[in-house]
Write a protein of this length. Structure first.
Ligand SMILES: Cc1cc2nc3c(=O)[nH]c(=O)nc-3n(C[C@H](O)[C@H](O)[C@H](O)COP(=O)(O)OP(=O)(O)OC[C@H]3O[C@@H](n4cnc5c(N)ncnc54)[C@H](O)[C@@H]3O)c2cc1C
Ligand code: SF4
Ligand code: SF4
Ligand code: SF4
Length: 445
């Protein structure tokens, strides 16, 4: 088994997530990640097969419910003990967070309780490239808060971690958590010891790097003039927006609702074949809280910018214990309904895309996880896939959608796309490309 197999099965069909595990694992250091986080062979492969063995996209199989019988299991969110929504109690943390500042508050508390020596979190470099760092103080945790919507590979931080004293908590996206869980089971023993806890972020998709080219072009900023980019800059207590700061001191803001559609046009291709929205294998998973529907009794009560927290393991309970958070119980069905489009995308559409790719003879990730074909939520009176006609339309939609997205990776098409102004692109995408899933479900009581 050599790098060639990794190339043919994972890199050529573009199902590589850019986690960096193959680079970390290669004993002769001949796999390098390029600036798009794509592994490349630079040097001589000795065919040891380690990269194939540890790549989470070659295969992934991890079962939490077999280790704890008390866990509830749900086909959309995986295994869990409890679900909450809420926020960090400390205003200085909450004000810096992407949502309720839950992740940062838990990291600070883990440090203060002496559970860990530090946390592995993501910072944005001066060249607008996210990378993992070790953060050992409250100030560092707060400085590295907020989501960076581009994947940061794990290879370098893992290499550094081996020689570090103590144990750590890792914050990671679902595909990275798959990579770490596999490494903890099948890789070197020290990885399990060093990475004591895993906090997972929910994830719908991450952005390809050409998103940045588009952003700079649409704002009329040269790449080299960009000084800082924040995806979730807090403009006030209720809104967060993208902030681009130039070296000349100009600040550009784009509200989240005005750029989130770009996730559909510039997703990493691997995200199309991803089956995990809520980070099912983390100790706790944290996502953005969507407001309750207007007819809900809780609608008025909830403040904006809070987080959803899914506690999945005993370690997760340990992390939350005595952490200064304001938490409320959250019903699993309310969580599913509030994120239904993403849930369906990962649990039904990803499967359809994988089937389509497999029919073309291309390899797809082999991930053992709950998937859905036809599902009725308890307490709701409609099915998600109401009829065969609906399924057929869905299938046709997926084919069209895949083709458009594959086109966006071709240079000429990408060049045309990157010359359409932001507002017009937004109008096209919101008008034609996204269907609304919300309407398919109605609560029956
Ligand atoms: C690519 C991406 C896609 C996401 N998609 C969704 C979604 O579809 N739905 C949803 O509900 N939530 C999504 N999230 C999670 C959401 O944006 C918030 O990160 C989450 O709600 C936690 O908010 P917080 O205020 O508790 O975290 P904060 O207190 O702001 O802490 C966030 C932590 O995440 C770390 N981090 C930032 N970027 C990355 C990264 N790229 N990789 C690993 N760690 C990182 C930071 O270093 C920090 O420690 C996504 C996040 C990312 C990075
Ligand atoms: S030497 Fe081993 S780990 Fe490195 S590329 Fe070759 S097969 Fe993969
Ligand atoms: S998914 Fe990770 S391990 Fe697999 S090829 Fe890509 S970077 Fe390497
Ligand atoms: S959608 Fe899946 S593959 Fe893409 S970044 Fe998120 S977790 Fe990784």
């Amino acid at each position: 088994m050599s790098f060639l197999r990794l190339k043919e099965e994972i890199l050529d069909p573009a199902i590589c997530t850019g986690c960096g595990i193959c680079t970390f694992a290669c004993p002769v250091s001949c796999i390098h990640l390029n600036e798009k986080n794509e592994p490349m062979l630079l040097g001589e492969c000795n065919s040891c097969g380690l990269c194939i063995k540890l790549c989470p996209r070659v295969s992934f199989d991890c079962n939490f419910s077999s280790t704890n019988n008390n866990l509830k299991v749900n086909p959309f969110v995986g295994c869990y003990e409890n679900i909450y929504f809420g926020r960090a109690a400390a205003q200085e943390i909450r004000n810096k967070g992407s949502g309720g500042g839950i992740v940062s508050a838990v990291l600070v508390s883990a440090l203060q309780k002496g559970l860990v020596e530090g946390s592995l979190v993501v910072e944005m470099s001066k060249t607008i490239t996210p990378f993992y760092v070790i953060s050992r103080s409250k100030e560092q945790v707060i400085k590295t808060a907020q989501s960076k919507y581009i994947v940061a590979p794990l290879n370098q931080i893992l290499k550094n971690l081996k020689s570090k004293r103590g144990q750590f908590v890792l914050v990671a996206l679902p595909c990275q958590v798959h990579a770490i869980r596999k490494l903890q089971r099948e890789g070197p023993e020290w990885v399990s010891k060093k990475i004591k806890y895993v906090i997972g972020l929910f994830c719908a998709s991450s952005l390809r790097r050409n998103f940045l080219d588009y952003l700079f072009w649409s704002l009329g900023v040269k790449k080299q003039d960009a000084k800082e980019l924040q995806f979730r800059h807090r403009r006030n207590s209720t809104t967060s927006s993208l902030l681009l700061l130039t070296r000349g001191g100009t600040r550009f803001f784009i509200d989240r609702k005005d750029y989130s559609f770009l996730f559909y046009l510039f997703p990493r291709e691997a995200c199309l074949y991803c089956t995990d929205h809520t980070n099912e294998f983390a100790d706790i998973s944290v996502g953005d809280m969507r407001p309750f529907p207007k007819d809900s009794p809780n609608y008025e009560a909830i403040e904006p910018l809070q987080s959803v927290i899914i506690v999945r393991t005993k370690k997760g309970v340990e992390l939350l214990r005595n952490t200064d958070l304001i938490l409320f119980d959250y019903d699993v069905n309310d969580l599913i309904a509030s994120k239904l489009t993403n849930m369906i995308d990962k649990k039904i559409c990803s499967r359809t895309r994988m089937q389509l790719q497999a029919r073309k003879g291309l390899s797809v990730p082999i991930i053992k996880q709950n998937m859905l074909e036809d599902y009725t939520l308890r307490g709701y009176d409609k099915k998600i896939c109401p009829s065969n006609a609906f399924k057929a339309i869905r299938y046709a939609y997926e084919i069209a959608w895949l083709e458009v997205l594959h086109l966006t990776t071709h240079k000429t098409f990408a060049a045309i796309l990157s010359r359409i102004p932001l507002q017009i692109l937004k109008a096209i995408v919101s008008r034609f490309l996204r269907y609304k899933t919300w309407g398919l479900l109605k609560k029956s009581d």
